[in-house]
Design a protein around this ligand. Sequence first.
Ligand SMILES: [Zn+2]
Length: 105
Amino acid sequence: MARILILLAVVLGVFWWLRARAEARLAEHRARAARNASQRPAAGPADADADAERMVQCAQCGVHLPQGEAIAWRGLHYCRRSHLPDESQAEGGNGNGSGSSGARP
Ligand SMILES: [Zn+2]
């Protein structure tokens, strides 16, 4: 019986030791990452990724901008919302068609 208890204690001790080690390593990793992030606020690898982002051209004014900042609409890209084509003219509720006879009193 004592053997089982000793074995259990050893297993628990190893388990606890491994967990403490993993937590310490994780904390060190996080601290290092936070230090790196605070040392280089904007000019890090994230900035390089932003530079490598695909550039698209505004279909209205032709300015180039990253695809993440562009407004994609119907397969085209626009730099701002006001450069979207005015769709209310193209397909608005202009009911001047055929069947308008039944609604009037
Ligand atoms: Zn534009």
